[in-house]
Design a protein around this ligand. Structure first.
Ligand SMILES: *Cc1c(COP(=O)(O)O)cnc(C)c1O
Length: 399
Protein backbone atom coordinates (compact mmCIF):
# COMPACT_ATOMS: atom_id res chain seq x y z
CA UNK A 1 0.00 0.00 0.00
CA UNK A 2 2.33 2.78 1.17
CA UNK A 3 6.01 2.11 0.69
CA UNK A 4 8.14 2.74 3.75
CA UNK A 5 10.03 5.46 1.98
CA UNK A 6 7.86 7.79 -0.01
CA UNK A 7 9.85 8.58 -3.09
CA UNK A 8 7.88 11.38 -4.53
CA UNK A 9 7.65 12.47 -8.10
CA UNK A 10 10.60 14.79 -8.54
CA UNK A 11 12.61 14.92 -5.38
CA UNK A 12 13.28 11.94 -3.18
CA UNK A 13 12.25 12.42 0.39
CA UNK A 14 14.48 10.25 2.45
CA UNK A 15 12.60 10.42 5.75
CA UNK A 16 10.32 7.42 6.23
CA UNK A 17 6.62 8.24 6.44
CA UNK A 18 6.40 5.91 9.47
CA UNK A 19 9.24 7.79 11.18
CA UNK A 20 7.56 11.16 10.58
CA UNK A 21 4.19 10.02 11.93
CA UNK A 22 5.42 8.01 14.92
CA UNK A 23 8.73 9.52 16.07
CA UNK A 24 9.80 12.82 14.51
CA UNK A 25 9.71 15.73 16.96
CA UNK A 26 8.82 13.55 19.95
CA UNK A 27 11.40 13.70 22.73
CA UNK A 28 9.75 11.10 24.95
CA UNK A 29 12.59 10.98 27.50
CA UNK A 30 11.58 14.54 28.47
CA UNK A 31 8.11 13.42 29.53
CA UNK A 32 8.31 10.07 31.33
CA UNK A 33 8.73 8.15 28.03
CA UNK A 34 5.03 8.60 27.47
CA UNK A 35 3.97 7.30 24.04
CA UNK A 36 1.38 10.05 23.56
CA UNK A 37 2.85 13.54 23.87
CA UNK A 38 1.78 15.85 26.71
CA UNK A 39 -0.69 18.65 26.07
CA UNK A 40 1.41 21.54 27.38
CA UNK A 41 -1.57 23.66 28.35
CA UNK A 42 0.44 26.71 29.38
CA UNK A 43 0.24 30.23 28.00
CA UNK A 44 3.75 31.23 29.13
CA UNK A 45 7.16 29.76 29.98
CA UNK A 46 9.72 30.92 32.57
CA UNK A 47 13.48 31.54 32.42
CA UNK A 48 16.28 30.82 34.87
CA UNK A 49 17.95 34.20 34.42
CA UNK A 50 17.63 37.57 32.69
CA UNK A 51 20.18 36.68 29.99
CA UNK A 52 18.11 33.67 28.82
CA UNK A 53 14.93 35.75 29.03
CA UNK A 54 16.51 38.52 26.92
CA UNK A 55 17.72 36.01 24.32
CA UNK A 56 14.21 34.53 23.98
CA UNK A 57 12.60 37.96 23.60
CA UNK A 58 15.11 38.96 20.93
CA UNK A 59 14.21 36.00 18.70
CA UNK A 60 10.85 34.51 19.57
CA UNK A 61 10.94 32.24 16.49
CA UNK A 62 13.68 30.17 18.19
CA UNK A 63 12.28 30.39 21.74
CA UNK A 64 9.60 28.82 23.92
CA UNK A 65 8.33 32.07 25.46
CA UNK A 66 4.59 32.46 24.98
CA UNK A 67 2.03 30.14 23.32
CA UNK A 68 0.81 32.72 20.80
CA UNK A 69 4.21 32.01 19.22
CA UNK A 70 5.74 28.66 20.14
CA UNK A 71 4.36 25.88 22.32
CA UNK A 72 6.00 22.45 22.85
CA UNK A 73 2.93 20.43 21.78
CA UNK A 74 2.43 22.61 18.70
CA UNK A 75 6.16 22.28 17.90
CA UNK A 76 5.88 18.48 17.61
CA UNK A 77 3.06 18.95 15.12
CA UNK A 78 4.99 21.60 13.14
CA UNK A 79 7.98 19.30 12.69
CA UNK A 80 5.81 16.47 11.40
CA UNK A 81 3.77 18.67 9.03
CA UNK A 82 6.90 20.31 7.55
CA UNK A 83 8.51 16.90 6.96
CA UNK A 84 5.33 15.52 5.35
CA UNK A 85 5.45 18.31 2.76
CA UNK A 86 9.21 17.95 2.30
CA UNK A 87 9.50 21.58 3.46
CA UNK A 88 11.79 23.25 6.01
CA UNK A 89 9.23 24.55 8.49
CA UNK A 90 5.51 24.79 9.15
CA UNK A 91 3.18 27.15 11.00
CA UNK A 92 -0.08 25.91 12.44
CA UNK A 93 -3.15 28.16 12.73
CA UNK A 94 -6.55 28.12 14.39
CA UNK A 95 -8.23 27.51 11.00
CA UNK A 96 -7.46 26.60 7.41
CA UNK A 97 -8.47 30.02 6.16
CA UNK A 98 -6.05 31.68 8.64
CA UNK A 99 -3.26 29.58 7.10
CA UNK A 100 -4.12 31.29 3.79
CA UNK A 101 -5.00 34.84 4.86
CA UNK A 102 -2.19 35.41 7.41
CA UNK A 103 0.67 34.35 5.05
CA UNK A 104 -0.85 36.44 2.24
CA UNK A 105 -1.09 39.48 4.54
CA UNK A 106 2.55 38.86 5.50
CA UNK A 107 3.89 38.55 1.95
CA UNK A 108 1.85 41.21 0.12
CA UNK A 109 2.24 44.97 0.38
CA UNK A 110 0.01 47.88 -0.55
CA UNK A 111 -0.31 48.14 -4.33
CA UNK A 112 0.67 44.52 -5.03
CA UNK A 113 -1.19 42.36 -7.53
CA UNK A 114 -2.07 38.66 -7.21
CA UNK A 115 -2.96 36.21 -9.96
CA UNK A 116 -5.29 33.59 -8.54
CA UNK A 117 -6.68 30.47 -10.11
CA UNK A 118 -10.42 30.82 -10.78
CA UNK A 119 -12.83 29.31 -8.26
CA UNK A 120 -10.64 28.75 -5.19
CA UNK A 121 -12.28 28.00 -1.81
CA UNK A 122 -15.19 30.38 -1.10
CA UNK A 123 -13.54 32.30 1.77
CA UNK A 124 -10.35 32.62 -0.29
CA UNK A 125 -12.42 34.38 -2.98
CA UNK A 126 -13.79 36.72 -0.29
CA UNK A 127 -10.25 37.38 0.93
CA UNK A 128 -9.21 38.46 -2.58
CA UNK A 129 -12.41 40.39 -3.31
CA UNK A 130 -13.15 42.05 0.05
CA UNK A 131 -10.29 42.02 2.55
CA UNK A 132 -7.12 42.50 0.46
CA UNK A 133 -8.58 45.42 -1.58
CA UNK A 134 -8.79 47.35 1.75
CA UNK A 135 -4.98 47.40 1.59
CA UNK A 136 -4.84 48.28 -2.12
CA UNK A 137 -4.04 44.70 -3.14
CA UNK A 138 -5.77 43.59 -6.34
CA UNK A 139 -6.39 40.13 -7.78
CA UNK A 140 -6.96 38.78 -11.29
CA UNK A 141 -8.66 35.37 -11.50
CA UNK A 142 -7.61 33.16 -14.43
CA UNK A 143 -8.56 29.76 -15.82
CA UNK A 144 -5.66 27.76 -14.39
CA UNK A 145 -5.99 24.77 -16.70
CA UNK A 146 -3.63 26.58 -19.11
CA UNK A 147 -0.32 27.80 -17.67
CA UNK A 148 -0.09 30.56 -20.31
CA UNK A 149 -3.13 32.26 -18.72
CA UNK A 150 -0.98 33.03 -15.66
CA UNK A 151 1.75 34.45 -17.87
CA UNK A 152 -0.73 36.64 -19.78
CA UNK A 153 -2.11 38.10 -16.54
CA UNK A 154 1.28 39.25 -15.18
CA UNK A 155 1.44 43.01 -14.50
CA UNK A 156 4.34 45.22 -13.40
CA UNK A 157 3.11 44.99 -9.77
CA UNK A 158 2.34 41.25 -9.72
CA UNK A 159 3.87 39.67 -6.63
CA UNK A 160 2.31 36.25 -6.20
CA UNK A 161 0.51 33.43 -8.03
CA UNK A 162 -2.15 31.67 -5.95
CA UNK A 163 -3.21 28.10 -6.78
CA UNK A 164 -5.67 25.46 -5.60
CA UNK A 165 -5.18 22.14 -7.36
CA UNK A 166 -7.57 20.47 -7.54
CA UNK A 167 -10.36 22.63 -6.12
CA UNK A 168 -13.05 20.93 -4.07
CA UNK A 169 -16.13 21.26 -6.27
CA UNK A 170 -15.15 20.84 -9.93
CA UNK A 171 -11.52 19.69 -9.43
CA UNK A 172 -9.69 21.69 -12.15
CA UNK A 173 -5.92 21.29 -11.87
CA UNK A 174 -2.96 23.53 -12.52
CA UNK A 175 0.35 22.17 -13.81
CA UNK A 176 2.30 22.83 -10.62
CA UNK A 177 5.80 22.28 -12.02
CA UNK A 178 5.10 24.54 -15.01
CA UNK A 179 3.52 27.33 -12.95
CA UNK A 180 6.36 27.17 -10.39
CA UNK A 181 8.94 27.44 -13.19
CA UNK A 182 7.08 30.38 -14.77
CA UNK A 183 6.88 32.17 -11.41
CA UNK A 184 10.58 31.60 -10.69
CA UNK A 185 11.54 32.97 -14.12
CA UNK A 186 9.53 36.15 -13.39
CA UNK A 187 10.59 36.51 -9.75
CA UNK A 188 7.07 35.83 -8.38
CA UNK A 189 6.07 33.91 -5.27
CA UNK A 190 3.71 30.92 -5.47
CA UNK A 191 1.25 29.61 -2.93
CA UNK A 192 -1.18 26.69 -3.12
CA UNK A 193 -4.15 25.39 -1.15
CA UNK A 194 -3.34 21.66 -1.03
CA UNK A 195 -6.32 20.61 1.13
CA UNK A 196 -7.82 18.20 -1.42
CA UNK A 197 -4.69 16.04 -1.66
CA UNK A 198 -3.07 16.42 1.76
CA UNK A 199 0.71 15.85 1.81
CA UNK A 200 0.14 12.13 1.28
CA UNK A 201 -1.21 12.59 -2.25
CA UNK A 202 0.60 15.70 -3.48
CA UNK A 203 3.78 17.51 -2.45
CA UNK A 204 3.77 20.92 -4.19
CA UNK A 205 6.83 22.18 -2.29
CA UNK A 206 8.95 19.51 -3.97
CA UNK A 207 7.65 20.76 -7.34
CA UNK A 208 8.87 24.30 -6.66
CA UNK A 209 5.81 25.94 -5.04
CA UNK A 210 6.96 28.32 -2.27
CA UNK A 211 4.11 28.03 0.25
CA UNK A 212 1.74 25.10 0.79
CA UNK A 213 -1.41 25.78 2.82
CA UNK A 214 -3.97 23.24 3.87
CA UNK A 215 -7.07 23.07 6.02
CA UNK A 216 -6.03 20.62 8.76
CA UNK A 217 -9.73 20.48 9.67
CA UNK A 218 -10.07 18.03 6.78
CA UNK A 219 -7.80 14.97 6.34
CA UNK A 220 -5.18 15.80 9.01
CA UNK A 221 -7.72 16.10 11.85
CA UNK A 222 -9.87 13.48 10.22
CA UNK A 223 -12.49 13.13 12.94
CA UNK A 224 -14.63 16.28 12.49
CA UNK A 225 -13.64 17.62 15.88
CA UNK A 226 -10.95 20.28 15.19
CA UNK A 227 -10.76 23.44 13.06
CA UNK A 228 -7.13 24.18 12.11
CA UNK A 229 -4.78 25.03 9.26
CA UNK A 230 -1.13 24.69 8.29
CA UNK A 231 1.29 26.40 5.96
CA UNK A 232 4.72 25.02 5.05
CA UNK A 233 7.67 26.49 3.19
CA UNK A 234 11.30 27.54 3.52
CA UNK A 235 12.59 28.53 6.94
CA UNK A 236 13.21 32.08 5.68
CA UNK A 237 9.61 32.65 4.52
CA UNK A 238 8.06 30.90 7.54
CA UNK A 239 10.18 33.02 9.91
CA UNK A 240 9.12 36.19 8.08
CA UNK A 241 5.44 35.23 8.56
CA UNK A 242 6.01 34.19 12.20
CA UNK A 243 7.91 37.36 13.23
CA UNK A 244 5.17 39.76 12.18
CA UNK A 245 1.68 38.79 11.03
CA UNK A 246 1.52 35.41 12.77
CA UNK A 247 2.31 36.97 16.17
CA UNK A 248 0.42 40.16 15.43
CA UNK A 249 -2.85 38.68 14.21
CA UNK A 250 -2.68 35.86 16.73
CA UNK A 251 -4.26 33.02 14.77
CA UNK A 252 -2.47 30.30 16.74
CA UNK A 253 -3.89 26.85 17.48
CA UNK A 254 -4.51 25.66 21.06
CA UNK A 255 -2.22 22.92 22.50
CA UNK A 256 -5.25 20.63 22.89
CA UNK A 257 -6.18 20.96 19.22
CA UNK A 258 -2.54 20.47 18.18
CA UNK A 259 -2.54 17.25 20.19
CA UNK A 260 -5.69 16.08 18.39
CA UNK A 261 -3.98 16.77 15.04
CA UNK A 262 -0.91 14.74 16.11
CA UNK A 263 -3.31 11.92 16.92
CA UNK A 264 -4.97 12.40 13.53
CA UNK A 265 -1.60 12.10 11.79
CA UNK A 266 -0.95 8.64 13.27
CA UNK A 267 -3.69 7.18 11.06
CA UNK A 268 -3.65 9.67 8.14
CA UNK A 269 -2.29 7.26 5.48
CA UNK A 270 -4.74 4.50 6.52
CA UNK A 271 -7.76 6.80 6.54
CA UNK A 272 -6.83 8.43 3.26
CA UNK A 273 -6.24 5.08 1.57
CA UNK A 274 -9.63 3.83 2.76
CA UNK A 275 -11.36 6.98 1.56
CA UNK A 276 -9.56 6.87 -1.84
CA UNK A 277 -10.35 3.17 -2.36
CA UNK A 278 -14.00 3.54 -1.33
CA UNK A 279 -14.43 6.64 -3.54
CA UNK A 280 -13.39 4.63 -6.59
CA UNK A 281 -15.86 1.85 -5.71
CA UNK A 282 -18.70 4.34 -5.20
CA UNK A 283 -17.87 6.07 -8.51
CA UNK A 284 -17.74 2.73 -10.38
CA UNK A 285 -21.31 2.14 -9.18
CA UNK A 286 -22.53 5.64 -10.08
CA UNK A 287 -20.93 5.46 -13.55
CA UNK A 288 -23.41 2.74 -14.50
CA UNK A 289 -26.48 4.46 -13.03
CA UNK A 290 -29.03 5.92 -15.50
CA UNK A 291 -29.86 8.84 -13.16
CA UNK A 292 -26.24 10.08 -13.20
CA UNK A 293 -25.33 12.37 -16.10
CA UNK A 294 -21.65 12.55 -15.24
CA UNK A 295 -19.15 12.13 -12.46
CA UNK A 296 -16.45 14.78 -11.92
CA UNK A 297 -13.33 13.38 -10.28
CA UNK A 298 -9.63 13.97 -11.07
CA UNK A 299 -8.84 10.25 -11.51
CA UNK A 300 -12.00 9.51 -13.56
CA UNK A 301 -11.41 8.07 -17.05
CA UNK A 302 -13.36 10.98 -18.60
CA UNK A 303 -11.67 13.76 -16.61
CA UNK A 304 -10.11 16.19 -19.12
CA UNK A 305 -6.90 16.58 -17.06
CA UNK A 306 -6.53 12.92 -16.07
CA UNK A 307 -2.98 12.71 -17.42
CA UNK A 308 -1.81 15.74 -15.43
CA UNK A 309 -3.62 14.42 -12.33
CA UNK A 310 -1.73 11.12 -12.58
CA UNK A 311 1.54 12.98 -13.12
CA UNK A 312 1.42 15.26 -10.10
CA UNK A 313 -0.90 13.43 -7.68
CA UNK A 314 -0.12 10.12 -5.98
CA UNK A 315 -3.83 9.27 -5.69
CA UNK A 316 -7.23 10.98 -5.54
CA UNK A 317 -10.18 10.38 -3.33
CA UNK A 318 -12.62 11.43 -0.69
CA UNK A 319 -14.32 14.17 -2.64
CA UNK A 320 -16.03 14.00 -6.01
CA UNK A 321 -19.06 15.57 -7.67
CA UNK A 322 -21.85 14.23 -9.85
CA UNK A 323 -24.52 15.77 -12.05
CA UNK A 324 -27.99 14.30 -11.55
CA UNK A 325 -30.20 13.60 -14.56
CA UNK A 326 -33.35 15.22 -13.19
CA UNK A 327 -35.89 17.84 -14.28
CA UNK A 328 -36.72 19.67 -11.07
CA UNK A 329 -35.19 21.07 -7.89
CA UNK A 330 -37.62 18.85 -5.96
CA UNK A 331 -35.94 15.75 -7.40
CA UNK A 332 -32.49 17.04 -6.33
CA UNK A 333 -33.82 17.69 -2.82
CA UNK A 334 -35.66 14.36 -2.68
CA UNK A 335 -32.44 12.49 -3.50
CA UNK A 336 -30.47 14.32 -0.79
CA UNK A 337 -33.24 14.06 1.80
CA UNK A 338 -33.59 10.30 1.12
CA UNK A 339 -29.98 9.49 1.98
CA UNK A 340 -29.84 7.76 5.36
CA UNK A 341 -26.08 7.47 5.92
CA UNK A 342 -24.68 10.61 4.24
CA UNK A 343 -24.99 13.72 6.39
CA UNK A 344 -26.11 16.99 4.79
CA UNK A 345 -23.25 19.17 6.04
CA UNK A 346 -20.33 21.37 5.02
CA UNK A 347 -16.67 20.38 5.40
CA UNK A 348 -15.17 16.94 4.64
CA UNK A 349 -12.16 14.78 5.51
CA UNK A 350 -13.71 13.20 8.61
CA UNK A 351 -14.88 9.65 9.31
CA UNK A 352 -18.42 10.36 8.13
CA UNK A 353 -19.71 10.57 4.57
CA UNK A 354 -21.30 13.85 3.51
CA UNK A 355 -23.35 15.35 0.74
CA UNK A 356 -23.82 18.95 -0.47
CA UNK A 357 -26.09 19.80 -3.41
CA UNK A 358 -24.89 22.97 -5.19
CA UNK A 359 -28.60 23.93 -5.13
CA UNK A 360 -28.26 24.61 -1.39
CA UNK A 361 -26.62 27.95 -2.26
CA UNK A 362 -29.05 28.80 -5.09
CA UNK A 363 -32.36 30.57 -4.44
CA UNK A 364 -35.16 28.10 -5.37
CA UNK A 365 -36.70 30.53 -7.92
CA UNK A 366 -33.30 30.84 -9.63
CA UNK A 367 -32.86 27.07 -10.10
CA UNK A 368 -32.16 26.43 -13.80
CA UNK A 369 -32.44 22.78 -14.81
CA UNK A 370 -30.58 23.43 -18.08
CA UNK A 371 -27.50 24.43 -16.07
CA UNK A 372 -25.65 21.24 -15.01
CA UNK A 373 -23.96 23.11 -12.11
CA UNK A 374 -27.39 23.55 -10.52
CA UNK A 375 -27.85 19.75 -10.59
CA UNK A 376 -24.39 19.12 -9.17
CA UNK A 377 -23.99 17.18 -5.93
CA UNK A 378 -20.70 17.03 -4.05
CA UNK A 379 -20.06 13.83 -2.16
CA UNK A 380 -17.46 13.07 0.47
CA UNK A 381 -16.77 9.39 1.02
CA UNK A 382 -15.73 8.73 4.61
CA UNK A 383 -14.60 5.57 6.37
CA UNK A 384 -17.83 3.55 6.28
CA UNK A 385 -18.02 0.28 4.33
CA UNK A 386 -18.31 1.26 0.64
CA UNK A 387 -21.09 -1.29 0.09
CA UNK A 388 -23.08 0.32 2.91
CA UNK A 389 -22.72 3.70 1.16
CA UNK A 390 -23.53 2.30 -2.30
CA UNK A 391 -26.72 0.68 -0.97
CA UNK A 392 -27.74 4.04 0.48
CA UNK A 393 -27.08 5.90 -2.79
CA UNK A 394 -29.01 3.19 -4.67
CA UNK A 395 -32.16 3.50 -2.55
CA UNK A 396 -32.02 7.33 -2.70
CA UNK A 397 -31.56 7.36 -6.48
CA UNK A 398 -34.56 5.02 -6.86
CA UNK A 399 -36.69 7.63 -5.11
C1 LIG B 1 -12.24 23.86 4.38
C2 LIG B 1 -11.34 24.46 3.41
C3 LIG B 1 -10.61 25.62 3.69
C4 LIG B 1 -10.79 26.40 4.97
O1 LIG B 1 -10.39 25.68 6.07
P1 LIG B 1 -11.04 25.93 7.52
O2 LIG B 1 -10.28 24.97 8.35
O3 LIG B 1 -12.49 25.63 7.41
O4 LIG B 1 -10.78 27.36 7.86
C5 LIG B 1 -9.74 26.10 2.74
N1 LIG B 1 -9.59 25.48 1.55
C6 LIG B 1 -10.27 24.36 1.24
C7 LIG B 1 -10.06 23.73 -0.07
C8 LIG B 1 -11.16 23.82 2.15
O5 LIG B 1 -11.86 22.72 1.82
Amino acid sequence: MFSRTISYLFKKITMDLSYILNELGEERENYFNAIAPPIVQSSNFSFRNVADFRKALSDEYEAILYSRGNNPTVDILRKKLAALDGAEDALVFGSGIASISIPLLALLNQGDHVISVAKPYSWTIKLFERLLPKFGITTTFVDGTKTENFEKAIQANTKLIYLESPNTFTYELQDLTAVAALAKSKGLLTMIDNSYCSPINQKPYTMGIDLVAQSATKFIGGHSDVVAGVVTGSKAIIKKIFDAEFLNIGGNISPMNAWLLIRGLRTLPLRLQRSCDSTKKVIAYLDTHPKIERVIFPFHKDFPQLELAKKQMHDAGGLFSMVLKVNTLEEVEKFCNSLKHFFLAVSWGGHESLVIPSAVSIKPNEFDVSNPTHRLIRIYVGLEDPDYLIADLKQALEK
